[in-house]
Design a binder for this molecule. Structure first.
Ligand SMILES: [Zn+2]
Length: 245
């Protein structure tokens, strides 16, 4: 009886420690926590990718037929499919690796601090009240979707880039609009979700824009900023991957 009680306690302690560790890395910026422990359980349980009826299963860079040719042209400015139409015109504030401090940030009243380990795609003035769809840049399953501090809604897709497993982070989305469920395959060009409304809980209060991060590995680390520049090697510049620089 005593032995059993001890075992249960240690299991609980281990679970608590795991939850704590996961909570730490789920924050967009270090020092901010997000309540996403349950999501991690789903990440761990993600099954092998099931083919979806949407889109091509075989062509690595072919968009699903649901996108019109006209739309596709706006997403297809290099050999890669872009996450957002007119992508090349939108990287105007925070490229990959820029060091951000609130007092010197290109974004007024910025709350973030550290090295930016994603690429920000800005929205245009006439897009503030309309849906701005975000599309997948690579092929792989949705790992999870969640509401997270610093992001609002976020979708994370598992892909392989240069032979390496990566996690692609689509940040500041309207969470209910994220169409896929964890484990479902998403092909390049497939609709992921809409950008969240600016300065609302859909974006955790920030302007309407896409934060696109590519992190090596498939740990549940969705940080958008890091404190130590040495950690930069764990991330890939999405603009370089997309051929935008
Ligand atoms: Zn960002």
């Amino acid at each position: 009886m005593h032995k059993h009680a001890r075992t249960s306690t240690s299991v609980l302690v281990a679970l608590a420690a795991l939850a704590g560790a996961v909570t730490g890395v789920f924050a967009f910026s270090s020092g901010i926590e997000a309540n996403t422990e349950l999501t991690y359980a789903r990440v761990a349980a993600v099954p092998k990718a099931e083919p979806l009826v949407l889109g091509s299963q075989d062509e690595e860079d072919e968009a699903p037929a649901v996108i019109s040719h006209l739309t596709l042209a706006r997403y297809n400015v290099s050999k890669r499919l872009m996450p957002i139409a007119d992508a090349a015109r939108r990287i105007t504030k925070k490229p990959f690796g820029i060091e951000i401090h609130p007092e010197t940030s290109p974004v007024p009243n910025d709350k973030f601090d550290g090295f930016h380990v994603g690429v920000d795609f800005e929205t245009f003035p006439d897009e503030q009240e309309v849906a701005v769809p975000i599309r997948a840049i690579c092929r792989g399953p949705l790992l999870f979707k969640s509401q997270a501090k610093g992001y609002g809604g976020v979708a994370v897709q598992g892909c392989v880039i240069d032979g390496e497993l990566v996690s692609v982070i689509y940040g500041h989305l309207n969470l209910p609009s994220i169409a896929a469920e964890p484990g479902q395959l998403i092909v390049p060009g497939q609709y992921v979700g809409d950008l969240g409304k600016g300065h609302s809980e859909e974006t955790d209060g920030v302007r309407k824009h896409l934060h696109l991060g590519i992190r090596k590995g498939r740990t549940p680390d969705i940080r958008g900023y890091i404190k130590e520049p040495e950690e930069m090697v764990e991330f890939i510049d999405a603009a370089a991957y997309l051929g935008l620089r």
